[in-house]
Design a binder for this molecule. Structure first.
Ligand code: NAP
Length: 325
């Protein structure tokens, strides 16, 4: 038996139940990982609430990323062996001391990256990789707006976009978060709970507006985000921390300047193993060179997952949060 955090009915943080579970031997094509650190992500909250249905139904183990060591391999697995240091994004099923993972989703961890760093960066960092390199290629001199700039994805994206030479503008919920975002590559911060962020973006860009807006906040920032984008620019709606955007008339994109809009997810971008590995290598390269640092600002014991969710949902965290099994 190993300890895990499961959800038996959808709801608030209180439905996260710390309990013992059985983990069978790894099946064909699987490896068994003893986990050293698990990442906490807003996606986990969507699953806990039932907004994203868990593929196997209830009960299910929460969590979408972790890092640890291989303790057993199933039939047909040749790429990994006992003792390998690995990481992966594959959820929900990660808030547990041990689990079986499909080997084709697993990535070997470079020696320079710790288990805790990996758990704090794989989902958020691979997401950032596709957002700034694939969904929209950020280039030198571009104006980029990132909502929730001091969050987990936020701090990574601000650093990466800055590294690519963009002028990075970030919205944040407090003065402390503004300071942190600025220390992590954000050139300009906007306190979007107090200030009109569209007016501030116009002012900061001298009316040019942004080439791209990355919006993981959703309901609270839509449709105003569209007014921050230059004609033919790109609106990237990649999450809904404040609630989902309501259905809208596509003519809105015409009226706002022939805009492009997309609602991407990592699952699609990393569906092929070759893409997953290329994206991971890009992430390891920027972290390895020091261009992007992974701020792990909150560490909890696995049994305290409920508190971790309360903090993330209550806008009380910055950067990455992890659980230690
Ligand atoms: N599509 C994908 O592939 C993908 C993958 C990973 C993550 N995501 C999305 O990326 C976004 C960020 O994820 P994360 O795990 O790094 O979380 P996070 O940014 O660390 O936390 C969410 C932040 O959103 C802001 N926020 C604004 N309104 C909120 C509200 N009503 N309730 C709670 N938070 C609110 C808060 O920052 P302020 O206080 O500064 O406003 C909060 O800290 C999420 O929307 C997530 O779903 C998408």
């Amino acid at each position: 038996m190993v300890a895990a955090v499961r959800v038996h009915k959808f709801g608030g943080p209180e439905v996260l139940t710390y309990e013992d579970i059985d983990v069978p031997a790894p099946g064909a094509g699987q490896i068994r990982v003893r986990q050293h650190a698990c990442g906490v992500n807003f996606t986990d909250i969507y699953f806990r609430k039932g907004m994203y249905p868990p593929p196997g139904g209830l009960p299910f183990i929460v969590g979408s990323e972790a890092a640890g060591e291989v303790v057993a391999v199933g039939a047909g697995v040749s790429e990994f062996k006992r003792g390998d240091r690995v990481t992966y994004v594959q959820g929900p099923a990660c808030y547990t001391q041990e689990r079986n993972v499909p080997a084709d989703r697993v990535i070997k961890l470079p020696d320079t990256i710790s288990y805790e760093q990996a758990a704090g960066m794989m989902l958020k960092g691979l997401t950032t990789e596709y957002l700034v390199r694939r969904t929209f290629k950020v280039e030198k001199g571009m104006n980029v707006l990132m909502h929730a700039a001091a969050g987990g994805v936020g701090l990574i994206l601000c650093q990466w976009a800055n590294h690519l030479g963009a002028n990075v503008i970030g919205t944040v919920g407090s003065k402390e978060k503004a300071e942190l975002a600025r220390a992590n590559g954000c050139h300009h911060t906007i306190l979007y709970r107090d200030e009109d962020f569209v007016a501030r973006v116009k002012e900061i860009t001298s009316g040019k507006l942004c080439d791209v807006v990355y919006d993981g906040v959703g309901k609270a920032t839509f449709p105003a985000s569209l007014d921050c984008i230059r004609p033919l620019g790109m609106f990237v709606s990649f999450g809904s921390a404040s609630g989902q955007i309501d259905a809208f008339n596509i003519n809105l994109l015409q009226m706002k300047g022939s805009l492009f809009a997309t609602r991407p997810t990592l699952n699609t971008y990393a569906a092929k193993r070759a893409d997953l590995l290329n994206m991971a290598n890009e992430l390891f390269a920027v972290v390895g060179s020091g261009a992007v640092k992974i701020p792990i600002n909150h560490k909890y014991a696995l049994r305290d997952a409920e508190k971790a969710h309360r903090d993330l949902e209550g806008r009380a965290t910055t950067g990455s949060s992890i659980l230690i099994p």
